[in-house]
Design a protein around this ligand. Structure first.
Ligand code: PMP
Length: 421
Protein backbone atom coordinates (compact mmCIF):
# COMPACT_ATOMS: atom_id res chain seq x y z
CA UNK A 1 0.00 0.00 0.00
CA UNK A 2 1.41 3.41 -0.92
CA UNK A 3 1.97 6.34 1.44
CA UNK A 4 -0.77 8.35 -0.28
CA UNK A 5 -3.28 5.61 0.33
CA UNK A 6 -2.41 5.45 4.04
CA UNK A 7 -3.30 9.13 4.57
CA UNK A 8 -6.58 8.73 2.73
CA UNK A 9 -9.53 8.65 5.13
CA UNK A 10 -11.49 6.68 2.56
CA UNK A 11 -10.56 3.10 1.80
CA UNK A 12 -12.16 2.25 -1.55
CA UNK A 13 -11.67 -1.44 -0.86
CA UNK A 14 -14.20 -1.14 1.94
CA UNK A 15 -16.86 -0.06 -0.58
CA UNK A 16 -16.09 -1.96 -3.75
CA UNK A 17 -17.95 -5.07 -2.69
CA UNK A 18 -21.13 -2.96 -2.43
CA UNK A 19 -21.03 -2.52 -6.22
CA UNK A 20 -21.93 -5.79 -7.96
CA UNK A 21 -20.70 -4.65 -11.38
CA UNK A 22 -17.19 -3.87 -10.11
CA UNK A 23 -16.46 -7.53 -9.51
CA UNK A 24 -17.22 -8.59 -13.08
CA UNK A 25 -14.61 -9.38 -15.66
CA UNK A 26 -14.75 -7.55 -18.95
CA UNK A 27 -13.51 -10.72 -20.65
CA UNK A 28 -12.36 -13.94 -19.01
CA UNK A 29 -9.39 -13.12 -16.79
CA UNK A 30 -9.66 -9.35 -17.39
CA UNK A 31 -11.17 -7.47 -14.43
CA UNK A 32 -13.05 -4.24 -14.99
CA UNK A 33 -11.31 -0.96 -14.19
CA UNK A 34 -14.07 1.60 -14.48
CA UNK A 35 -12.77 5.08 -15.25
CA UNK A 36 -15.82 6.48 -17.04
CA UNK A 37 -17.42 8.05 -14.00
CA UNK A 38 -17.81 11.53 -15.46
CA UNK A 39 -20.15 9.99 -18.03
CA UNK A 40 -22.08 7.86 -15.53
CA UNK A 41 -21.29 6.13 -12.25
CA UNK A 42 -22.02 2.59 -11.03
CA UNK A 43 -24.59 1.58 -8.42
CA UNK A 44 -24.22 0.09 -4.96
CA UNK A 45 -26.51 -2.83 -4.21
CA UNK A 46 -28.61 -0.77 -1.79
CA UNK A 47 -29.49 1.73 -4.53
CA UNK A 48 -30.52 -1.08 -6.85
CA UNK A 49 -32.43 -2.77 -4.03
CA UNK A 50 -34.27 0.42 -3.09
CA UNK A 51 -35.74 0.44 -6.59
CA UNK A 52 -36.43 -3.29 -6.67
CA UNK A 53 -38.20 -2.98 -3.30
CA UNK A 54 -40.31 -0.11 -4.59
CA UNK A 55 -41.37 -2.09 -7.66
CA UNK A 56 -41.98 -5.28 -5.70
CA UNK A 57 -43.77 -3.84 -2.69
CA UNK A 58 -44.96 -0.25 -3.03
CA UNK A 59 -45.21 0.86 -6.63
CA UNK A 60 -48.03 3.10 -7.85
CA UNK A 61 -48.26 6.51 -9.48
CA UNK A 62 -47.68 9.44 -7.12
CA UNK A 63 -49.83 12.39 -6.09
CA UNK A 64 -52.98 10.98 -7.54
CA UNK A 65 -54.21 7.94 -5.66
CA UNK A 66 -56.02 7.41 -2.38
CA UNK A 67 -55.21 3.70 -2.18
CA UNK A 68 -52.54 2.20 0.03
CA UNK A 69 -49.87 1.68 -2.64
CA UNK A 70 -50.30 5.24 -3.93
CA UNK A 71 -49.80 6.54 -0.41
CA UNK A 72 -46.69 4.44 0.11
CA UNK A 73 -45.20 5.57 -3.22
CA UNK A 74 -46.05 9.17 -2.35
CA UNK A 75 -44.23 8.82 0.92
CA UNK A 76 -41.11 7.30 -0.64
CA UNK A 77 -41.09 9.96 -3.36
CA UNK A 78 -41.45 12.77 -0.80
CA UNK A 79 -38.70 11.25 1.34
CA UNK A 80 -36.41 11.23 -1.69
CA UNK A 81 -37.09 14.93 -2.25
CA UNK A 82 -36.30 15.63 1.39
CA UNK A 83 -32.98 13.76 1.02
CA UNK A 84 -32.12 15.93 -1.98
CA UNK A 85 -33.05 19.06 -0.03
CA UNK A 86 -30.80 18.17 2.87
CA UNK A 87 -27.95 17.08 0.57
CA UNK A 88 -27.68 20.52 -1.05
CA UNK A 89 -28.98 22.41 2.02
CA UNK A 90 -31.93 23.92 0.18
CA UNK A 91 -34.26 25.86 2.49
CA UNK A 92 -37.42 23.98 1.43
CA UNK A 93 -37.97 20.73 -0.39
CA UNK A 94 -40.47 22.33 -2.83
CA UNK A 95 -37.48 24.19 -4.27
CA UNK A 96 -36.03 20.87 -5.45
CA UNK A 97 -37.74 19.99 -8.72
CA UNK A 98 -37.29 16.46 -10.01
CA UNK A 99 -36.21 16.62 -13.65
CA UNK A 100 -34.83 14.02 -16.02
CA UNK A 101 -31.22 15.19 -15.62
CA UNK A 102 -29.02 18.28 -15.65
CA UNK A 103 -29.91 18.90 -19.30
CA UNK A 104 -33.63 19.06 -18.65
CA UNK A 105 -33.09 21.37 -15.66
CA UNK A 106 -31.17 23.88 -17.78
CA UNK A 107 -33.80 23.70 -20.50
CA UNK A 108 -36.56 24.42 -17.98
CA UNK A 109 -34.79 27.59 -16.84
CA UNK A 110 -34.02 28.66 -20.42
CA UNK A 111 -37.60 28.11 -21.59
CA UNK A 112 -39.37 29.36 -18.51
CA UNK A 113 -37.29 32.10 -16.92
CA UNK A 114 -35.48 32.91 -20.18
CA UNK A 115 -38.52 33.33 -22.41
CA UNK A 116 -40.29 35.41 -19.77
CA UNK A 117 -37.41 37.73 -18.95
CA UNK A 118 -34.97 38.24 -21.81
CA UNK A 119 -35.24 40.85 -24.53
CA UNK A 120 -33.03 41.83 -27.47
CA UNK A 121 -29.62 43.08 -26.35
CA UNK A 122 -29.72 41.37 -22.94
CA UNK A 123 -26.65 39.25 -22.31
CA UNK A 124 -26.07 35.74 -21.00
CA UNK A 125 -22.56 35.06 -19.77
CA UNK A 126 -21.26 31.49 -20.18
CA UNK A 127 -17.72 30.11 -20.30
CA UNK A 128 -15.63 28.44 -22.98
CA UNK A 129 -15.55 25.22 -20.93
CA UNK A 130 -19.28 24.45 -20.94
CA UNK A 131 -20.88 21.13 -21.74
CA UNK A 132 -23.26 21.35 -24.71
CA UNK A 133 -26.08 21.10 -22.16
CA UNK A 134 -25.10 24.54 -20.91
CA UNK A 135 -24.53 26.02 -24.36
CA UNK A 136 -27.26 24.87 -26.72
CA UNK A 137 -30.31 25.83 -24.57
CA UNK A 138 -28.90 29.37 -24.27
CA UNK A 139 -28.13 29.51 -27.98
CA UNK A 140 -31.75 28.52 -28.63
CA UNK A 141 -32.92 31.14 -26.14
CA UNK A 142 -30.73 33.76 -27.81
CA UNK A 143 -32.33 32.90 -31.15
CA UNK A 144 -35.82 33.23 -29.70
CA UNK A 145 -35.22 36.37 -27.63
CA UNK A 146 -32.52 38.36 -29.41
CA UNK A 147 -30.30 38.06 -26.33
CA UNK A 148 -26.53 37.93 -26.85
CA UNK A 149 -24.15 35.24 -25.58
CA UNK A 150 -20.75 36.08 -24.09
CA UNK A 151 -18.10 33.66 -22.84
CA UNK A 152 -15.46 33.82 -20.13
CA UNK A 153 -12.23 32.76 -21.90
CA UNK A 154 -9.81 30.08 -20.68
CA UNK A 155 -6.12 30.21 -19.90
CA UNK A 156 -3.74 27.83 -21.66
CA UNK A 157 -3.80 25.56 -18.63
CA UNK A 158 -7.57 25.28 -18.36
CA UNK A 159 -8.59 27.90 -15.81
CA UNK A 160 -11.20 30.61 -16.27
CA UNK A 161 -9.72 34.05 -17.00
CA UNK A 162 -11.50 35.81 -14.19
CA UNK A 163 -10.03 39.24 -14.97
CA UNK A 164 -12.22 39.17 -18.09
CA UNK A 165 -15.22 39.53 -15.78
CA UNK A 166 -14.34 43.22 -15.38
CA UNK A 167 -15.46 43.87 -18.95
CA UNK A 168 -17.82 40.93 -19.53
CA UNK A 169 -20.14 41.68 -16.62
CA UNK A 170 -22.25 44.76 -17.36
CA UNK A 171 -25.75 45.99 -16.63
CA UNK A 172 -26.80 44.09 -19.77
CA UNK A 173 -25.82 40.75 -18.18
CA UNK A 174 -29.04 39.08 -17.04
CA UNK A 175 -27.71 35.60 -16.36
CA UNK A 176 -24.37 33.95 -15.66
CA UNK A 177 -24.55 30.19 -16.31
CA UNK A 178 -21.44 28.14 -15.74
CA UNK A 179 -20.07 24.78 -14.78
CA UNK A 180 -18.78 24.19 -11.24
CA UNK A 181 -16.37 21.45 -12.36
CA UNK A 182 -15.48 20.95 -16.02
CA UNK A 183 -16.33 17.49 -17.33
CA UNK A 184 -13.24 17.63 -19.59
CA UNK A 185 -10.57 19.66 -17.81
CA UNK A 186 -11.59 18.68 -14.30
CA UNK A 187 -11.10 22.32 -13.32
CA UNK A 188 -12.80 23.27 -10.05
CA UNK A 189 -14.04 26.78 -10.72
CA UNK A 190 -14.10 29.52 -8.06
CA UNK A 191 -17.86 29.21 -7.82
CA UNK A 192 -18.44 31.51 -4.85
CA UNK A 193 -16.48 34.35 -6.41
CA UNK A 194 -18.25 34.12 -9.79
CA UNK A 195 -21.67 34.02 -8.12
CA UNK A 196 -20.78 37.08 -6.05
CA UNK A 197 -19.51 38.98 -9.10
CA UNK A 198 -22.60 37.99 -11.10
CA UNK A 199 -24.90 39.25 -8.36
CA UNK A 200 -22.94 42.50 -8.03
CA UNK A 201 -23.66 43.09 -11.72
CA UNK A 202 -27.36 42.45 -11.09
CA UNK A 203 -27.44 39.08 -12.89
CA UNK A 204 -28.91 35.78 -11.80
CA UNK A 205 -26.57 32.79 -11.62
CA UNK A 206 -27.19 29.22 -12.72
CA UNK A 207 -24.67 26.60 -11.69
CA UNK A 208 -24.20 23.39 -13.65
CA UNK A 209 -23.40 21.00 -10.82
CA UNK A 210 -23.45 17.81 -12.90
CA UNK A 211 -19.79 17.12 -12.07
CA UNK A 212 -19.57 18.84 -8.68
CA UNK A 213 -22.60 17.74 -6.66
CA UNK A 214 -21.55 14.05 -6.89
CA UNK A 215 -17.97 14.77 -5.78
CA UNK A 216 -17.91 17.53 -3.17
CA UNK A 217 -20.13 19.16 -0.59
CA UNK A 218 -22.75 21.56 -2.01
CA UNK A 219 -24.56 24.19 0.01
CA UNK A 220 -26.89 26.29 -2.10
CA UNK A 221 -27.58 28.73 0.73
CA UNK A 222 -23.90 29.35 1.47
CA UNK A 223 -23.30 29.79 -2.27
CA UNK A 224 -26.36 32.01 -2.62
CA UNK A 225 -26.83 30.50 -6.07
CA UNK A 226 -30.09 31.18 -7.92
CA UNK A 227 -30.36 27.89 -9.83
CA UNK A 228 -28.47 24.61 -9.54
CA UNK A 229 -28.86 21.56 -11.77
CA UNK A 230 -27.46 18.05 -11.48
CA UNK A 231 -28.07 14.44 -12.56
CA UNK A 232 -28.72 11.31 -10.49
CA UNK A 233 -26.76 8.95 -12.72
CA UNK A 234 -23.45 10.68 -12.01
CA UNK A 235 -23.80 10.16 -8.24
CA UNK A 236 -24.51 6.43 -7.86
CA UNK A 237 -28.18 6.90 -8.72
CA UNK A 238 -30.15 5.72 -11.74
CA UNK A 239 -30.45 7.50 -15.06
CA UNK A 240 -33.64 9.37 -15.88
CA UNK A 241 -33.70 11.61 -12.82
CA UNK A 242 -32.07 14.91 -12.00
CA UNK A 243 -32.72 17.97 -9.91
CA UNK A 244 -33.35 21.64 -10.56
CA UNK A 245 -32.96 23.75 -7.43
CA UNK A 246 -34.10 27.36 -7.55
CA UNK A 247 -34.69 30.24 -5.17
CA UNK A 248 -38.33 30.17 -4.18
CA UNK A 249 -39.29 33.65 -5.38
CA UNK A 250 -37.75 32.94 -8.79
CA UNK A 251 -39.46 29.58 -9.22
CA UNK A 252 -42.78 31.06 -8.10
CA UNK A 253 -42.54 33.91 -10.59
CA UNK A 254 -41.58 31.60 -13.48
CA UNK A 255 -44.28 30.23 -15.80
CA UNK A 256 -44.38 26.45 -16.11
CA UNK A 257 -42.51 25.03 -19.10
CA UNK A 258 -44.10 21.65 -19.83
CA UNK A 259 -47.86 21.50 -19.54
CA UNK A 260 -49.97 18.48 -18.66
CA UNK A 261 -51.24 16.49 -15.75
CA UNK A 262 -49.90 17.03 -12.26
CA UNK A 263 -48.74 20.63 -12.80
CA UNK A 264 -52.13 22.35 -12.52
CA UNK A 265 -54.46 23.61 -9.85
CA UNK A 266 -57.45 23.90 -12.19
CA UNK A 267 -58.09 23.34 -15.91
CA UNK A 268 -60.94 24.62 -18.06
CA UNK A 269 -61.38 23.91 -21.74
CA UNK A 270 -59.55 27.06 -22.74
CA UNK A 271 -57.24 27.86 -19.82
CA UNK A 272 -55.44 26.55 -16.74
CA UNK A 273 -54.03 27.70 -13.42
CA UNK A 274 -50.64 26.25 -12.57
CA UNK A 275 -50.17 24.28 -9.38
CA UNK A 276 -47.80 25.07 -6.53
CA UNK A 277 -44.10 24.17 -6.36
CA UNK A 278 -42.71 21.68 -7.10
CA UNK A 279 -45.68 20.26 -9.08
CA UNK A 280 -45.75 23.31 -11.36
CA UNK A 281 -42.53 22.13 -13.01
CA UNK A 282 -43.23 18.39 -12.87
CA UNK A 283 -45.82 17.88 -15.60
CA UNK A 284 -46.79 14.27 -16.26
CA UNK A 285 -45.72 11.24 -14.27
CA UNK A 286 -42.38 12.09 -12.67
CA UNK A 287 -39.39 9.71 -12.53
CA UNK A 288 -40.83 8.05 -9.41
CA UNK A 289 -38.60 5.04 -8.90
CA UNK A 290 -35.47 6.81 -10.19
CA UNK A 291 -36.02 9.57 -7.64
CA UNK A 292 -36.32 6.97 -4.89
CA UNK A 293 -33.07 5.40 -6.14
CA UNK A 294 -31.42 8.81 -6.08
CA UNK A 295 -32.52 9.19 -2.46
CA UNK A 296 -30.83 5.87 -1.63
CA UNK A 297 -27.67 7.04 -3.43
CA UNK A 298 -27.64 10.19 -1.31
CA UNK A 299 -27.91 8.08 1.86
CA UNK A 300 -24.92 6.05 0.68
CA UNK A 301 -22.82 9.14 -0.18
CA UNK A 302 -23.70 10.76 3.15
CA UNK A 303 -22.48 7.75 5.08
CA UNK A 304 -19.08 7.98 3.39
CA UNK A 305 -18.94 11.77 3.55
CA UNK A 306 -18.46 14.16 0.66
CA UNK A 307 -15.22 15.57 2.04
CA UNK A 308 -13.71 12.09 2.23
CA UNK A 309 -14.80 11.43 -1.35
CA UNK A 310 -13.29 14.69 -2.61
CA UNK A 311 -10.06 13.97 -0.77
CA UNK A 312 -9.83 10.45 -2.15
CA UNK A 313 -10.36 11.65 -5.71
CA UNK A 314 -7.67 14.26 -5.24
CA UNK A 315 -5.23 11.45 -4.36
CA UNK A 316 -6.26 9.49 -7.44
CA UNK A 317 -5.96 12.42 -9.83
CA UNK A 318 -2.60 13.44 -8.38
CA UNK A 319 -1.30 9.93 -8.99
CA UNK A 320 -2.79 9.85 -12.47
CA UNK A 321 -1.02 13.10 -13.35
CA UNK A 322 2.29 11.77 -12.03
CA UNK A 323 1.93 8.68 -14.22
CA UNK A 324 0.70 10.41 -17.35
CA UNK A 325 3.27 13.20 -17.19
CA UNK A 326 6.04 10.60 -17.57
CA UNK A 327 4.64 9.32 -20.86
CA UNK A 328 6.38 10.83 -23.84
CA UNK A 329 4.05 12.49 -26.33
CA UNK A 330 1.16 12.68 -23.88
CA UNK A 331 -0.55 16.04 -23.40
CA UNK A 332 -2.90 16.61 -20.47
CA UNK A 333 -5.65 19.18 -21.02
CA UNK A 334 -6.40 21.26 -17.96
CA UNK A 335 -4.70 22.48 -14.81
CA UNK A 336 -2.42 20.82 -12.29
CA UNK A 337 -4.10 18.53 -9.74
CA UNK A 338 -4.48 21.15 -7.01
CA UNK A 339 -7.06 22.95 -9.18
CA UNK A 340 -8.99 19.93 -10.28
CA UNK A 341 -11.36 17.12 -9.44
CA UNK A 342 -10.92 13.47 -10.42
CA UNK A 343 -10.93 13.93 -14.19
CA UNK A 344 -7.93 13.70 -16.54
CA UNK A 345 -8.31 14.28 -20.28
CA UNK A 346 -5.35 13.81 -22.57
CA UNK A 347 -4.15 13.27 -26.10
CA UNK A 348 -1.34 10.88 -26.98
CA UNK A 349 1.04 11.46 -29.90
CA UNK A 350 -0.80 11.16 -33.17
CA UNK A 351 -2.94 8.31 -31.85
CA UNK A 352 -6.67 8.98 -32.06
CA UNK A 353 -8.42 9.02 -28.70
CA UNK A 354 -10.77 6.26 -29.86
CA UNK A 355 -7.78 4.02 -30.56
CA UNK A 356 -6.35 4.79 -27.11
CA UNK A 357 -9.70 3.84 -25.55
CA UNK A 358 -9.86 0.66 -27.57
CA UNK A 359 -6.40 -0.52 -26.51
CA UNK A 360 -7.10 0.33 -22.86
CA UNK A 361 -10.34 -1.63 -23.10
CA UNK A 362 -8.27 -4.71 -23.96
CA UNK A 363 -6.82 -4.37 -20.43
CA UNK A 364 -10.30 -3.90 -18.98
CA UNK A 365 -9.86 -0.15 -18.52
CA UNK A 366 -13.04 1.74 -19.41
CA UNK A 367 -12.36 5.36 -20.35
CA UNK A 368 -14.24 7.80 -22.57
CA UNK A 369 -12.93 9.11 -25.90
CA UNK A 370 -14.27 11.95 -28.01
CA UNK A 371 -15.27 15.55 -27.44
CA UNK A 372 -17.26 14.73 -24.27
CA UNK A 373 -20.07 17.05 -25.39
CA UNK A 374 -17.69 20.00 -25.25
CA UNK A 375 -16.71 20.74 -28.84
CA UNK A 376 -15.95 24.45 -28.34
CA UNK A 377 -13.59 23.55 -25.49
CA UNK A 378 -11.72 21.10 -27.72
CA UNK A 379 -11.53 23.72 -30.46
CA UNK A 380 -10.05 26.15 -27.93
CA UNK A 381 -7.16 23.74 -27.36
CA UNK A 382 -6.89 22.65 -31.02
CA UNK A 383 -7.68 19.01 -30.38
CA UNK A 384 -10.45 17.10 -32.10
CA UNK A 385 -10.86 14.52 -29.39
CA UNK A 386 -9.36 13.52 -26.07
CA UNK A 387 -9.20 10.38 -23.96
CA UNK A 388 -10.71 10.91 -20.50
CA UNK A 389 -10.19 8.93 -17.31
CA UNK A 390 -12.53 9.96 -14.50
CA UNK A 391 -12.60 8.59 -10.98
CA UNK A 392 -15.00 7.96 -8.12
CA UNK A 393 -14.94 6.77 -4.57
CA UNK A 394 -14.55 3.09 -5.51
CA UNK A 395 -11.43 3.52 -7.65
CA UNK A 396 -8.08 2.56 -6.18
CA UNK A 397 -4.55 3.81 -6.63
CA UNK A 398 -3.66 0.33 -7.87
CA UNK A 399 -6.21 0.77 -10.68
CA UNK A 400 -4.77 4.18 -11.57
CA UNK A 401 -1.32 2.57 -11.80
CA UNK A 402 -2.68 0.35 -14.57
CA UNK A 403 -2.91 3.38 -16.86
CA UNK A 404 0.88 3.26 -17.39
CA UNK A 405 1.14 -0.23 -18.93
CA UNK A 406 -2.16 0.32 -20.75
CA UNK A 407 -0.93 3.49 -22.46
CA UNK A 408 2.48 1.94 -23.19
CA UNK A 409 0.61 -0.80 -25.00
CA UNK A 410 -1.34 1.80 -27.00
CA UNK A 411 1.90 3.45 -28.07
CA UNK A 412 3.47 0.14 -29.04
CA UNK A 413 0.47 -1.01 -31.06
CA UNK A 414 0.07 2.22 -33.00
CA UNK A 415 3.74 2.98 -33.56
CA UNK A 416 4.15 -0.52 -34.92
CA UNK A 417 1.16 0.03 -37.19
CA UNK A 418 2.58 3.36 -38.35
CA UNK A 419 6.03 1.92 -39.03
CA UNK A 420 4.88 -1.23 -40.78
CA UNK A 421 1.34 -0.41 -41.80
N1 PMP B 1 -23.14 19.31 -17.59
C1 PMP B 1 -22.01 18.64 -17.40
C2 PMP B 1 -20.80 19.35 -16.90
C3 PMP B 1 -21.96 17.26 -17.66
O1 PMP B 1 -20.82 16.58 -17.47
C4 PMP B 1 -23.12 16.62 -18.13
C5 PMP B 1 -23.12 15.13 -18.45
N2 PMP B 1 -22.01 14.70 -19.17
C6 PMP B 1 -24.28 17.38 -18.31
C7 PMP B 1 -24.26 18.71 -18.02
C8 PMP B 1 -25.56 16.76 -18.80
O2 PMP B 1 -26.03 15.80 -17.92
P1 PMP B 1 -27.22 14.83 -18.35
O3 PMP B 1 -26.78 14.18 -19.63
O4 PMP B 1 -27.31 13.87 -17.23
O5 PMP B 1 -28.44 15.66 -18.53
Amino acid sequence: MSALMQVSPLDPLAYRSDFPILSREVRPGVPLIYFDNAASTQHPREVIQSMVRCYEEHYANVHRGIHQLAQESDELFDQAREKVRAFINAPQREQCIFTYGATSGINIVARSWGDANLKPGDEILLTEMEHHANLVPWQQLAERSGAVLRHIPLTEDGLLQLDALDTLLTERTKLVAFVAISNVLGTINPVGEIIRRGHQAGALVLLDGAQSVPHQKTDVQALDVDFLVFSGHKMLGPSGVGVLYGKRELLEAMPPFLGGGGMIRRVRLDSFEPGDLPAKFEAGTPPIVSAIGLGAAIDYLNRIGMDAIAHHERLLVTRAHAILEKIEGLRILGPTPEYKAGIVSFSLDQIHAHDVAEVLDRSGIAIRAGHHCAMPLHNRYNVGATARASFYLYNTLAEVEQLAPGLDAAKRVFHRKRNFG
